[in-house]
Design a protein around this ligand. Structure first.
Ligand code: 13P
Length: 337
């Protein structure tokens, strides 16, 4: 099946009461691992690429790898999403490349670092919604800022999402999905101890969902940072300081309150690195890249499969017929009329 609109994936997830993992990719092995996991668990899935990923892979490699994957795994409904678009230009160039969904991160200025003001955020997000919906493409907006810095993106400051402002933001922009800031951050170093309500404001999700029951909520920074992977990296010569991620039970609580898209990047990075380190230490005579990239791919696939089952998307791949982007365009036009 062709790449699917993310809006349709999330609408179906809302109807079915489950969440959909959005996994960041930078190379062929990650894409293969996501699709293998989705096929085996019969999951719809979101593949996402940051600006850093797009420049690392080069857009054309990325698109052709995704085209190959879609051809080889025809039963997997999948959206290709621009993660952290820093400007309308970035989002529009992703759409030109064939992405079916984009995130306009207007909570930061286009340097991807400086927090912006509300009116700037509304204006750039609205611009992207108008242009994206005219092509049937989905838009995720963001209100509030996360902690942490990923691929050079992020202010490092946390500004939690204000539920009342969220209502105004959604009304004025017309976005399909809203990324909320609830105290998570990108990367492996989220929390210095297992998080409690003091640092992870899950109650905000509930409040926002009550006010915006029809808006799909997005949780960024949702890696769980499995302790066994951190321990394995360190056992084989790595140096990861003690750290905690977002417990899966908290994500599942979010899913019960309107979270439909869950962003996970770090957990796959940890899985890949732990597998490669193990081969390097246990088999120092090896120099065929396949000897370590194959176990790395298997390790990522295991993480993806586990998350697909935990988020509830497993088993839902065959539930619906994908709409074309043209049908989505008509749907947006009908709502706007
Ligand atoms: P993690 O670093 O927790 O995997 O978050 C990834 C993310 O939110 C990408 O946008």
């Amino acid at each position: 099946m062709p790449l699917v609109s993310m809006r349709q994936l999330l609408d179906e997830a809302a109807a079915g009461g489950y969440g959909v993992g959005a996994f960041n990719v930078n190379n062929m092995e990650q894409i293969q691992a996501v699709f293998e996991a989705a096929q085996e668990t019969r999951s719809p899935v979101i593949v996402q690429a940051s600006r850093g990923a797009r420049s690392y892979t080069n857009d054309r490699f990325l698109i052709h790898l995704m085209t190959a994957a879609v051809e080889l795994y025809p039963d997997v409904p999948v959206s290709l999403h621009q993660d952290h678009g820093n400007s309308p230009e970035t989002c529009l160039s992703a759409i030109d490349q064939g992405f079916t969904s984009v995130m306009m991160e207007g909570s930061l200025m286009d340097d991807g670092k400086t927090p912006s003001d509300f009116e700037y955020n509304v204006a750039v997000t609205r611009e992207v919604v108008e242009k994206a919906h005219a092509k049937g493409v989905t838009v995720e907006g963001e209100l509030g800022t996360l902690g942490g810095i990923e691929d050079g993106v992020g202010s490092g400051e946390v500004h939690l999402t204000d539920p009342d402002q969220a209502v105004e933001f959604v009304e004025r922009t017309g976005i399909d999905a809203l990324a909320v800031a609830i105290g998570t951050s990108h990367g492996a170093y989220k929390f210095t101890k297992p998080p409690d309500g003091e640092v992870l404001a899950m109650h905000l999700i509930q409040q926002i969902h009550e006010r915006l029951p029809d808006t799909h909520l997005v949780m960024h920074g949702s890696s769980s940072v499995p302790q066994d992977l951190v321990e394995k990296i360190n056992r084989f010569g790595g140096k990861i300081a003690p750290t905690w991620g977002v417990p899966v039970e908290e994500i599942q609580l979010g899913i019960r309150h309107g979270v439909r898209k869950i962003n996970v990047d770090t957990d796959a990075r940890l899985a890949m690195t732990s597998a490669i380190r193990e081969v390097f230490v246990e088999h120092p005579e090896e120099f065929d890249p396949r000897s370590y990239l194959k176990p790395a791919r298997e390790a990522m696939k295991a993480v993806y499969k586990q998350r697909m089952e935990q988020f509830g998307q497993a088993g839902h791949a065959g539930d619906y017929e994908p709409l074309t982007l043209e049908q989505m365009r008509e749907r947006y036009a009908a709502v706007a009329a």
